[in-house]
Design a protein around this ligand. Sequence first.
Ligand SMILES: *[C@@H]1O[C@H](CO)[C@@H](O)[C@H](O)[C@H]1NC(C)=O
Ligand SMILES: *[C@@H]1O[C@H](CO)[C@@H](O)[C@H](O)[C@H]1NC(C)=O
Length: 496
Amino acid sequence: MPGPSPTQTAQPDPKPKNHRRRLLFLAPPLLAVAVALLLGASTNPLPRRFLRLLLGPKTSVLRPAEPRPAADPSPDAGRPPCVLWMAPFVSGGGYCSEAWSYVAALDAHAAVGAGKNFTLAIAHHGDLESPEFWFGLPEQSKNLAYRLAATRCELARAVVVCHSEPGAWYPPMYEALPCPPTGYDDPAFVIGRTMFETDRVSPEHVRRCNQMDAVWVPTDFHVSTFVKSGVDRAKVVKVVQAVDVEFFDPAKHVALPLPIGVPVMVPEGSRLEHGDPKGRGFVFLSVFKWEQRKGWDVLLRAFLQEFSGADDVVLYLLINAYHSDTNFIGKIRRFVEESSIKEPAKGWAEIQVIDEHVPQSSLPSLYKAADAFVLPTRGEGWGRPVVEAMAMALPVIVTNWSGPTEYLTEENGYPLDIDRLTEVTEGPFKGHLCAEPSVDHLRALMRYVIGDREEARSKGKKAREDMMEKFSPEIVARIVADKIQQALVNTQLTED
Ligand SMILES: *[C@@H]1O[C@H](CO)[C@@H](O)[C@H](O)[C@H]1NC(C)=O
Ligand SMILES: *[C@@H]1O[C@H](CO)[C@@H](O)[C@H](O)[C@H]1NC(C)=O
């Protein structure tokens, strides 16, 4: 998945190999320090518990450790309450980028009112730290992380946000810094932020959600699936996700010159060995992790059946590895060979795989080089690449099920029909249902978009307007700050 949002240059681009070693080596002592601090806090003779958590290599070789005072014993009574946001800030995964987008937005918009009534603190929690991701973060983001990780936060006066997969919540089901750090009794209010991509929530996750004072989910789809599965209706709150419309702004970027990538399917015996040097008339782009869930098989089937070498069209695939090796070209060729898709008389339509690393900073240019974005997913929590494409004013063809139903309409894009719901056959969500997008409808939509570019462009324009109006960091920061304010009022940490 693409990296964090408001920290847009945050993709692990510079990859200092020697640093990687060093931090991995450092990680256990760091964790030990964090745990020691926690234990120190829980056996603290002080009536209230103070927390100082470390995030990242603050005391590492990168910066000589400054002598830090132990917990500041002065009373917190007169200070504003605090929000301790605990998320996998250093993992580089989906929750990581979402958490960054919230804390960066809250921090940036504190001046205009959002988050005026509380101080913000963060701690790493959940997925493992990725040194590569940490080193790839821009200085600005690292400094924000240092600052927020060093913010004083007294649990008794804190709203704790556990932003992760519920298995990591207290008590964690695997080795992880728990959230809340010392259980549910110490903080004033505990919020769980999570989401799933199927039609339900497993019983263990329901149980864990119900331990929270509130559960924040990104869409109405999730409100409904969580409540239907047994999560207390009164606790489930919709809090949408932000997209960085300032960064993903088509006016600020030039299109990446095409062709790039490696041609996978090319017309037989053609000169297209390295792609058509003059490029193609219409460019589809898809961005996804290599996972069955993303519906890449549906996309290949639809594209290769609908188009041939005679069509002035190309499909670009930007693929990230997901528990898989990166030989996507081999995998795609094998899929086509083993499938019933027949090579058209005029040869295969062109598909290009971008298998080199595209830094986050170049993503907008890639979107800009495309005429339409397509993702026939089987289920999404939110669909970050989709909203990024929409912010870049691209018309999108995306499955009208799960997360995308929150923002995708017939006015701002092309909702893709599903044929039916099907059972997940393996993994932790076995037995749950997810969507099977329609290959026929996808073929029809792709053909239609090429035929009516005028309409496609106007839907793209509307897509950007909708993103700016409903999902900009500023707007989402206000939504989050309002929900936190409600929690503060409920717990009487502030008057209303
Ligand atoms: C998309 O899905 C939503 C939610 O199920 C539904 O209300 C809407 O009518 C669908 N849109 C289209 C174009 O099918
Ligand atoms: C901050 O708290 C005050 C008093 O409790 C309240 O009136 C105000 O609306 C709050 N501000 C925000 C931005 O929530």
